[in-house]
Ligand binder design. Structure first.
Ligand code: GLC
Length: 559
């Protein structure tokens, strides 16, 4: 057990490069900006940085539409900048983790331009082409994840191509061995550059069913979700094992796949000693508010037991085999302060308690914690007053969808405020200066209007800031065998107000208790007898009582 790998003991930090730090007065971030702030990341004791895509891209989906898999987008800098980033990070014992977007490329990738040019070119079957139905319509009624048909017609071929996401993101044909080899070669190119791992995007969609048929419509427009049609199709593991063997095996790197459809009983094929990857980002805890799939206007308040069950299930699923990344935010999710409490906070103090409470869970569960940029500063959602202010392709789709389903424009905008991916993508707030010190130019997305208070410069100096709370928690975790190695056990399982769990290793035990409500809660604290406080978001604790949003970590005193 003590033979854990480096990435099981580290803290990972996700950077959204477009919004991290701009050194060229362009309004978008760049690689030099990341290099300039490596010492900041070191001050958080981060050991791995996951960069969302920095490859050349038309930016229809902010880099998840890649037009060259082995180059750097000039907006971010040059290959030399990237090599410098690797070596500067290495000096601080930090690894760089790249995002592999292999289900689809950009429609401007040279492979697709060739593929679409005729039915008999050398790359004719590098993407997924089908003839129209007899009436000329789409081959199936599948709806893409960003809305509208998952098929787009191509005049040159008089055929449709499939796209799980936007029409500018055509799906690659993994059945073709040349496609697979080209993708493996690209990943090996980055291994040769010295990357420390990969996050693998949307991988559950790479295998398509043998026969393409209409699904029973699940939307008023007669379409059927492509996720339900193709996610985790039988046979996918053959591709994944080959991927592992041709790229990942034999390197001291980690892989974490985005996999929103893998059931706990299948986990042994996906992670662990014989699995395809080291870790999986799964979605059960981030989807507790969506009973029927990720339709924003279908969200409901949820019971705490649902969130707890999701977290506990993944802890148990990887207890004996495999390992999970722990996360509460990423570039696709709202800010955790707004997302994991059935409460609208009124004061900054409440928000800070909430942000520290989630941080406490993040850093005391078993697995590799992933912090998302700004989370450590206590970022909250934005709320712009028109849909035209939003950049995110899925916010625009979800807005139109709500209108189609009968909501007014202002109601539709409220759903966007709550769930827009742009909530996570506003620029990093470094200081009280112009544009929060992110850039001197007009920024590609507006800076959050709270930046004078919420920024690195101010929080650095404030001993009680959430930033310094993160630093303390990280230090506690890094020095605790219990928190790194220990087993997980949920306590007070049926309680709808409190999340409590124990981590234990050899004869030591650490408890985490969190009050998710705005009330003081009396509880049976027998299990905390003989325990002493290590850290709490109130700075102290009361016997048998948890104050609103209180989070505390205690160690059992075995002496
Ligand atoms: C993943 C990414 C998301 C992107 C999508 C399509 O879900 O995290 O940002 O839009 O894949 O590549």
């Amino acid at each position: 057990m003590k033979n854990l790998k480096w990435w099981q003991k580290t803290i990972a930090y996700q950077i959204y490069p477009k919004s991290f730090a701009d050194t060229t007065d362009s309004g978008t971030g760049d690689l030099q900006g990341i290099i300039n702030h490596l010492d900041y990341l070191k001050s958080l004791n981060v050991g791995a940085i996951w960069l969302t895509p920095i490859y050349p891209s038309p930016q229809v989906d902010n880099g998840y539409d890649i037009s060259d898999y082995t180059a750097i987008d000039p907006a971010y800098g040059t290959m030399e900048d990237f090599e410098r980033l690797i070596s500067e990070a290495d000096k601080r014992n930090i690894k760089i983790v790249m995002d592999l977007v292999y289900n689809h490329s950009s429609d401007k990738h040279k492979w697709f331009l060739e593929s679409k040019s005729s039915r008999d070119n050398a790359k004719a079957d590098w993407y997924i082409w089908r003839d129209p139905k007899f009436d000329g319509s789409e081959p199936t009624n599948w709806r893409s994840i960003f809305g509208g048909s998952a098929w787009t017609y191509c005049e040159e071929r008089k055929q449709y191509y499939l796209h799980t996401f936007a029409k500018e993101q055509p799906d690659l044909n993994w059945e073709n061995p040349d496609v697979r080899q080209a993708l493996y070669d690209a990943a090996n190119f980055w291994i040769d550059k010295g990357v420390g791992g990969f996050r693998i995007d949307a991988i559950v969609y790479i295998k398509k069913p043998k026969i393409f048929i209409d699904g029973k419509p699940d939307s008023v427009d007669g379409t059927f979700s492509i996720h339900n049609a193709i996610a985790n199709t039988a046979g996918i593991l053959d591709f994944l094992y080959e991927f592992r063997q041709k790229v990942f095996d034999g390197h001291d790197i980690f892989t974490v796949a985005e996999a929103n459809a893998v059931k706990p009983e299948e986990l042994k094929f996906w992670v662990g000693e014989h699995g395809a990857f080291d870790m999986l980002f799964e979605f059960s805890h981030t989807n507790v508010m969506f009973p029927t799939g990720e339709v924003w206007h279908s969200w409901k308040t949820w019971k705490l037991t649902k969130l707890k069950a999701a977290l506990t299930e993944s802890q148990i699923a990887t207890a004996n085999n495999g390992w999970y990344p722990i996360y509460f935010e990423n570039h696709d999710k709202p800010r955790c302060i707004n997302n994991f409490f059935n409460v609208e906070f009124k004061t900054r103090n409440e928000e800070l308690l909430a942000g520290k409470a989630i941080a406490t869970i993040l850093l005391t569960l078993r697995g590799t914690p992933f912090i998302y940029q700004g989370q450590e500063l206590g970022y909250t959602n934005t709320a712009w007053d028109s849909i035209d202010c939003y950049n995110d392709i899925s916010s625009i789709d979800q807005y139109n969808w709500a209108i189609r389903d009968g909501f007014s424009a202002s109601e539709a905008l409220k759903f966007v405020h709550k769930f827009s991916r742009d909530n996570a993508r506003t620029p990093m707030q470094w200081s009280t200066q112009l544009n929060a010190g992110f850039s001197t130019a007009k920024t590609w997305l507006p800076v959050h209007d709270d930046y004078k208070k919420v920024n690195v410069e101010v929080e650095d100096k404030d001993a009680d800031s959430i930033l310094n709370y993160f630093r303390r928690l990280i230090e506690i975790r890094q020095n605790s065998e219990v928190l790194i190695f220990g087993d997980y056990e949920e306590i007070l399982t049926d309680d709808e107000n409190i999340y409590a769990f124990a981590r234990s290793f050899e004869d030591k035990k650490i408890y985490t208790v969190i009050n998710f409500t705005m009330q003081s809660i009396k509880f049976n604290a027998d299990f905390l007898k003989d325990s002493k406080l290590i850290i709490s978001n109130y700075g102290n604790i009361q016997a048998e009582n948890l104050r609103p949003l209180e989070a505390a970590v205690l160690i059992h005193n075995s002496e």
